[in-house]
Design a protein around this ligand. Structure first.
Ligand code: BTN
Length: 272
């Protein structure tokens, strides 16, 4: 196996507060071969889209985002020096219908990275939110871009050292940070290094072993199954019990009427 050493490759650090030493020692094969760090951008997902014609593996991180974006057209509040705002570019040579599981792989990589930085166990909530003590600590926005070759932008936001006053009144009830959960600050660079390393490993596993393998690993890091949920998709609300993730990465729920339903997208909320 060829290990590409980060410090032999192009490494750019632009006006950043990140200390490049830790990031320079990355040993990666796919993701993180090149890292660009910015002090401030509108959105790391938008920034990385300027590089769609480049080789896969580019990572862009920023110390803050002025227009951070979340799923379903929401904002992702990205205050300076507190969170992790990271995007990675991948161009897997697979059929476009196999792209959605990349979102699951990104969530799996993030939960694995978070494990070593959280006192409480982080859990995945389908499709790829990460919760600690039932509050959201991380979200992922994957975007399919271009078709020659098709690329996927994986955008990951992690609430790291946010204090409670960094969250809006609405978010205070549903969001958290590692600082709020642990009671102590986390070194963002160490977490970024862990995140990129996990992304690289899990993406490699996905390419080698496919969706079934990722779905199995994903299942080990969720507490979703057996819970009563609502799932909203296309304006329709489905209510039932979350059962399992299929080999294709779809969520199976048993509706309150006893019907088996499969979803490849949607917004899940726990009830009860
Ligand atoms: C969500 O849970 O709604 C997804 C949030 C994704 C936020 C990240 S932060 C880095 C990247 N850049 C963005 O503008 N969004 C993603």
């Amino acid at each position: 196996m060829v290990i590409i050493r980060q410090n032999l490759l192009d490494f750019v650090l632009i006006m950043s507060q990140f200390n490049n030493q830790k990031l320079k020692n990355l040993e990666v094969k796919f993701i993180g071969k090149r890292v660009i760090a910015f002090n401030e951008v509108k959105s790391t997902n938008d920034e990385i889209k300027k590089h769609l014609n480049e080789d896969e593996g580019l990572v862009i991180i920023a110390n803050s985002q002025t227009q951070g974006r979340g799923r379903l057209g929401r904002d992702w509040h990205s205050p300076k020096g507190t969170g992790i705002y990271l995007s990675a570019l991948v161009c897997p040579k697979i059929k476009p219908e196999l792209f959605p599981p990349i979102t699951l792989a990104a969530g799996l990589a993030t939960v694995l990275a978070l494990q070593n930085f959280s006192k409480s166990i982080p859990y995945l909530k389908w499709p790829n939110d990460i919760l600690i003590n039932d509050k959201k600590v991380s979200g992922i926005l994957c975007e399919l871009c271009g078709d020659a070759p098709p690329s996927v932008v994986i955008g990951i936001g992690i609430n790291v050292n946010q204090q409670i006053e960094h969250f809006s009144e609405t978010l205070k009830n549903t969001a958290t940070s590692l600082l709020l959960e642990n009671g102590t600050e986390v070194d963002r660079e160490e977490l970024i290094v862990s995140l990129i390393t996990c992304l690289d490993k899990v993406y490699g596993d996905f390419l080698k072993n496919g969706t079934k393998f990722i779905a199995e690993q994903w299942t080990r890091h969720t507490n979703l199954f057996g819970k009563k949920i609502t799932l909203v998709r296309g304006g329709v609300v489905y209510t039932g019990t979350a059962l399992r993730l299929t080999e294709e990465g779809k969520l199976e729920i048993i509706s309150n009427e006893g019907e088996s339903l499969l979803f490849d997208s949607g917004e899940v909320a726990y009830i009860g």
